[in-house]
Design a protein around this ligand. Structure first.
Ligand SMILES: [Zn+2]
Ligand SMILES: [Zn+2]
Length: 200
């Protein structure tokens, strides 16, 4: 039983932009996956994240929490969205190829979707305009809820991940003169151009 209250760092709320329950739940999903794998936050690209959610209301915020906890981010290129419309993640330790899937328990998710917060969101009230009296108890609940009530946690399984190839090779685009990396430039009439210039 995990009855310890988990602290969500203030910078994660600042990065996310508003207070909502989905970001902290995502943060906890990331922590739960890292605990299961026995790994620390990814400083470089030690971990890789597959997030199963997509641009649905009442769910998309979850991914910002997962990214904050795991250090798997779009900027570093070790996160991707599968757009399955589900609040679940697969976290992979790239060194050992160990992976774990953490998904929101249907019973907990259903309760969250029936909350006053989500009812207000359905009426198009933006999260920043929802009263703290409505939001804060949900965040507190997300911090202290037993992780087995929040999540279903898979056994560890093996997963191969092919990382997109990066490059330090670059060129000046022959048209706009901006710097463009080799793997995203094109050769047209013998000249290196960037994609937007190639489409003009
Ligand atoms: Zn949010
Ligand atoms: Zn160009």
């Amino acid at each position: 039983m995990n009855t310890q209250k988990i602290e969500i760092p203030e910078w994660a709320f600042e990065f996310h932009g508003h207070k909502c329950p989905a970001m902290p739940i995502g943060y906890r999903a990331g922590l739960t996956a890292m605990n299961k794998l026995g790994v620390e936050k990814s400083l470089n690209k030690e971990l890789y994240l597959f997030c199963e959610n997509g641009p649905a209301h009442a769910a998309a915020c979850f991914l910002d929490g997962v990214m904050a906890a795991t250090g798997c981010t779009y900027g570093k290129g070790n996160a991707e969205k599968l757009n399955y419309g589900k609040n679940a993640i697969v976290l992979v330790d790239l060194k050992t190829k160990n992976a774990v899937r953490v998904s929101m328990q249907p019973a907990f998710f259903e309760k969250a979707l029936n909350s006053e917060f989500v009812q207000l969101r359905k009426q198009k009230v933006e999260p920043k305009d929802i009263k703290p009296q409505v939001v804060m108890p949900l965040i507190e609940n997300a911090k202290k809820m037993d992780e087995n009530i929040l999540f279903s946690i898979s056994d560890i399984f093996e997963k191969d991940v092919e990382l997109p190839k990066g490059t330090f090779e670059w060129h000046h685009c022959a048209v706009c003169k901006e710097v463009v990396f080799d793997n995203r430039s094109k050769v047209i009439d013998g000249k290196r151009v960037c994609i937007p210039c190639s489409e003009k």
